[in-house]
Design a protein around this ligand. Structure first.
Ligand code: NAD
Length: 356
């Protein structure tokens, strides 16, 4: 793709995102996106970082997630409304922008609902690569909604997980998940309780949606040596794990100032030690240290992961046509003559009306 005209912004609709993902293949997409995320986490210190700007309401949250590496600037708009699902709407929807820091001009506008599911799963799997017990092949997934298949596929791609134990309070969600993953190389068991789901699993993913301090996992459900990938607790007052699990886990987070507000660790003292994922990826901190250690990735989703996803999509557009050209930016012949542009349009319309 050469977008010679800087005033034309490539726009990736949901339709084009689906075509792009299918063209690349979900597997390869997850693998390549994971590599972009790791690359950006390795240069973590370069980025502008701020906890996301959250606007909380009774039923949910709307958030803006900005970051920049000095060359590119990105942000995502995302909501989280657990009650939406009961009304036939998505719990999480998103769109995002990538811009050129030099000119300030947007370079890409894209849907990010599908992209968020892919980047969340890719980030979880990247963390698990460093934290899960060696030779893991079985994962419990508790909460079998929109994110669940993406989680399963990312763990298969990066860790070779091929046995899934599914549990959801709504068995229809588990059936949907099992049906969607049929034929993709998994041995799947639908379970009737969280307790049953975690049996024999080396990795436990919790990805439920409920606007409360829930207890999806109690302390007795978590055996030694397990890796927990806690995805659903991502807002103040919205957690999934019993506090006792946190007290005996090695906790890994994305960006502590944000996770202390939003993650499972909101249940702990502010000074409770945590390790930042980027430090492990960059080789500055240890991942899993022993076979018996309980590791916990307290995922909330951080702006740099979205930045990586935006960057990845931008790079794919160079060799695909999966975008539309959006007339988003005013382009007067002479930059200061913005009002003149309006006048010329008025004259054009008048001339056209006279001909008609
Ligand atoms: P969803 O509404 O599509 O699915 C959630 C599922 O959880 C539903 O099937 C529901 O029946 C189930 N559930 C609710 N309570 C449960 C319980 N007590 N036990 C078992 N199952 C239960 O939502 P989604 O889009 O899949 O998102 C799931 C969660 O992940 C949300 O809380 C969302 O905010 C969070 N999320 C986090 C990140 C991140 O980066 N950490 C990114 C995206 C979404």
């Amino acid at each position: 793709m050469t977008i010679a005209n800087l005033n034309i912004v490539p726009f990736v609709s949901v339709d084009n995102m689906m075509k792009l993902v299918l063209e690349i293949g979900v597997d390869r997409f997850l693998g390549e996106l994971s590599a972009y995320i790791e690359e950006d986490f390795r240069r973590w210190e370069l980025f502008d970082k701020t906890p996301r700007v959250a606007s909380h309401s009774h039923d949910g949250v709307i958030e803006l997630m900005p970051t920049s590496d000095g060359q590119l600037y990105g942000f995502k708009y995302v909501n989280g409304h657990p009650k939406n699902m009961r009304e036939g709407l998505q719990t999480v929807t998103a769109f995002g922008v990538l811009a050129d820091v030099g000119s300030g001009y947007p370079m890409l506008l894209t849907e990010m609902t599908i992209l968020t599911a892919l980047r969340t799963a890719a980030t979880s799997a990247v963390a698990a690569k460093y934290l899960a017990p060696k030779g893991s092949d079985t994962m419990a997934i508790i909460g079998n909604g929109a994110q669940s298949e993406f989680q399963a596929l990312a763990f298969k791609k990066l860790l070779g997980i091929d046995k899934l134990r599914l549990y959801d309070i709504d068995i229809e969600a588990s059936r949907k998940c099992a049906r969607n993953l049929d034929g993709l190389g998994f041995d799947i068991r639908i379970c009737t309780s969280g307790q049953e789901a975690v049996e024999g699993a080396q990795i436990i993913t919790t990805v439920t949606a409920d606007k409360q301090n829930a207890t999806i996992l109690t302390d007795n459900m978590v055996g030694t040596g397990v890796h927990i990938n806690a995805v659903g607790g991502d807002c103040p007052g919205k957690t999934e794990l019993h506090r006792d699990i946190l007290l005996r886990s090695e906790i890994v987070v994305e960006y502590p100032p944000q996770t202390r507000i939003e993650g499972e660790i909101q249940q702990l003292e502010p000074e409770h030690p945590v390790t930042e994922l980027w430090r492990i990826i960059a080789g500055k901190a240890e991942g899993r240290a022993s076979e018996r250690q309980v590791t916990l990735f307290d995922s909330v989703g951080f702006a740099i992961e979205d930045f990586s996803a935006l960057r990845y999509v931008r790079d794919q557009l160079r060799h695909t046509k999966r975008y539309e050209e959006l007339d988003l930016l005013a382009d007067p012949d002479e930059p200061r003559d913005l009002f003149g542009m309006l006048l010329r349009q008025a004259a054009k319309e008048k001339a056209q009306a006279a001909i008609a």
